[in-house]
Design a protein around this ligand. Structure first.
Ligand code: NAD
Length: 404
C-alpha cells in the first residue's frame, strides 16, 4: 500500500490512472542473500534488498539501512518516500533504498568492511551503472560509503562519503540545516512571527536533532527542552546547545545535564511555540496529540506523526510541516555531492547550504500556494506538488500516454 493517499491528491489534481498505477508500486525489487564466512562466527547469512521505487526523474537515490528489523515491505516504503522527496524539492533523482537485515552493532570493524564489500559485489550492476546511488542510513556510516567508493572507483556511485574521500563539506549537518530553514519559513508564514525568541522543544539529539538545535539557536530561537533515548532536560531560559552537545559526546546522552529532568511525554505536551520531533516514527499519536500545546509542529524525523495523531492536530488547528519537506536537506546535499563527483569541481560549505535553502525554500512556497488555493493541509499540498511533478516527468518519458 502506498504511503501517500492518492484519493486526497486526486481531489485536487487530475491523476491519470496509468500514473497512479506506476507510482503505486515499485519499479523493481531485488531480494538477495548476503553470505559471509566470518571468524569466529562461521557462516552469516542475511536477507538484503534493493528497491527502485521510481526512476522517471533520475537514478534511484536512497540510503543503505543495516538493521535487524529491515524487511522488504519497509525498504519499499522508504524507497517510495524518496520518490516524493526528490520530486518535491526538485532534484534530478528518483526514489530508491537498500537494506541488509543484520545487527551492525554485533560486527567488529573488519567484518563490517567485508560485509559492505560483499554487498557491492552482489549488486555491482546496480551501483556501477549509477542506477541506484546509496548513502548512509540507520546502521551505515560515511566510512562505509568510502568502502563502497573503494570498490567502484567511481566517486558518483555513492554519496555521504567523508569530505576527504570525495564527500561534501556541509553534508553532515545538511538535514538539520534544512529543518532549521523550513522552521524559520514556517514560523513567518504560519505563526506570523520571526524565529527570534521563539521557544522550541526538540525530541532527539542525534545528527538531525543536534544540528537542528544548533542552527535554530544561531538564528535566535531558544531551545528550551530536548529529549533523547537516555532522558530529557528543560530550562525555561533556554539550553546552552554547545554545552549540551559536549555533555552528550562525553556521557553518551542527555541524561544528567543540568536543568529540570523531563520525559518524552512532558516534552510533547510542553507549552512552546514550536515542537520538532527529530527522533523516531509514530511519536505523536491519538493518545498524546490532544496534549500537544505547541503552535506549530515541524516533522524532522521520518513519519513521527500517525494519521490519527495528525487528524487531532488538524482539528485543533495546529499546523504541521511534513517530513518530506522539512527533512529533505540531506538528499539535496546528496545531489550536490553527486554533481561535484560527476564534474570534478569542489564545493564550499556555504554553497551546500545555499542549494539546500534554495531548493527547500522554493518547495516551501509551492506547498504554501497549494495550501492556500486548495484549502488543504501542508502534507496534502506537499503530496499534490510531488505527484504533479512526477506526472509531468512520466509524460516527458513517454511512460504514460500523451494527453492523459
Ligand atoms: P540518530 O541515530 O543520529 O539520532 C536519533 C536520536 O533520537 C538520538 O538522539 C536518540 O537518542 C534519539 N531517540 C531514539 N529513540 C528515542 C526515543 N524513544 N525517545 C526520544 N529520543 C529517542 O538519527 P538521525 O540521523 O538524527 O535521524 C533521526 C530521524 O530523522 C530518523 O527518523 C531519520 O529517518 C530521519 N532522517 C534523518 C536524515 C539524516 O540525514 N540523518 C535525513 C532525513 C530523515
Amino acid at each position: 500500500m502506498s504511503t501517500l493517499d492518492f484519493e486526497k491528491v486526486k481531489a485536487h489534481i487530475d491523476v491519470p490512472e496509468e500514473a497512479e498505477r506506476l507510482l503505486s508500486r515499485s519499479e523493481r525489487e531485488i531480494h538477495f542473500s548476503l553470505n559471509l564466512l566470518l571468524h569466529p562466527d562461521g557462516l552469516v547469512e542475511a536477507d538484503a534488498y534493493v528497491v527502485y521505487h521510481n526512476t522517471a526523474r533520475g537514478p534511484a537515490k536512497g540510503g543503505l539501512r543495516i538493521w535487524p528489523t529491515v524487511t522488504l515491505e519497509h525498504t519499499r516504503d522508504l524507497a517510495e518516500l524518496m520518490t516524493w522527496k526528490t520530486a518535491l524539492v526538485g532534484i534530478p533523482f528518483g526514489g530508491g533504498k537498500s537494506g541488509i537485515r543484520l545487527d551492525p552493532r554485533k560486527f567488529p570493524p573488519a567484518n563490517k568492511i567485508s560485509l559492505i564489500k560483499e554487498y557491492v559485489h552482489m549488486i555491482s550492476g546496480e551501483i556501477l551503472s549509477g542506477g541506484y546511488v546509496p548513502a548512509p542510513d540507520l546502521g551505515s556510516t560515511p566510512s562505509d560509503m568510502a568502502v563502497i567508493y573503494g570498490e567502484t572507483h567511481k566517486l558518483e556511485s555513492v554519496t555521504g562519503k567523508p569530505p576527504r574521500v570525495g564527500g561534501l563539506p556541509g553534508r553532515e549537518e545538511a538535514t538539520g540545516y534544512g529543518v532549521a530553514h523550513i522552521t524559520a519559513l514556517s514560523c513567518e508564514a504560519l505563526l506570523k512571527q520571526s524565529l527570534t525568541g521563539r521557544r522550541i522543544a526538540v525530541q532527539g539529539f542525534g545528527n538531525v536533532g543536534g544540528w537542528t538545535c544548533r542552527f535554530l539557536q544561531k538564528r535566535g530561537a531558544s531551545i528550551v527542552a530536548v529529549t533523547d533515548i537516555t532522558g530529557g532536560v528543560h530550562r525555561d531560559s533556554g539550553l546552552p546547545i554547545d554545552e549540551l552537545t559536549e555533555h552528550v559526546e562525553r556521557t553518551g546522552g542527555i541524561r544528567g545535564f543540568q536543568g529540570d529532568a523531563i520525559t518524552n511525554e512532558d516534552l510533547l505536551a510542553m507549552d512552546v511555540d514550536i515542537l520538532i520531533p527529530a527522533a523516531v516514527e509514530n511519536v505523536i499519536d491519538e493518545h498524546n496529540a490532544e496534549a500537544v500545546s505547541a503552535k506549530l509542529v515541524v516533522e524532522a524525523a521520518n513519519g513521527p506523526t500517525t494519521s490519527a495523531g495528525e487528524a487531532i492536530l488538524n482539528r485543533r488547528g495546529i499546523p504541521l510541516v511534513p517530513d518530506i519537506l522539512a527533512n529533505s536537506g540531506g538528499v539535496v546535499a546528496s545531489y550536490v555531492e553527486w554533481r561535484q563527483a560527476k564534474s570534478g569541481a569542489m564545493t564550499r560549505k556555504e554553497e551546500t547550504y545555499e542549494t539546500i535553502a534554495d531548493q527547500l525554500g522554493a518547495a516551501f512556497h509551492r506547498v504554501r500556494a497549494v495550501c492556500r488555493s486548495c484549502r488543504i493541509t501542508d502534507r496534502e499540498a506537499a503530496w499534490v506538488c510531488a505527484v504533479g511533478e512526477l506526472i509531468e516527468a512520466l509524460r516527458d518519458r513517454a511512460w504514460i500516454p500523451p494527453g492523459t
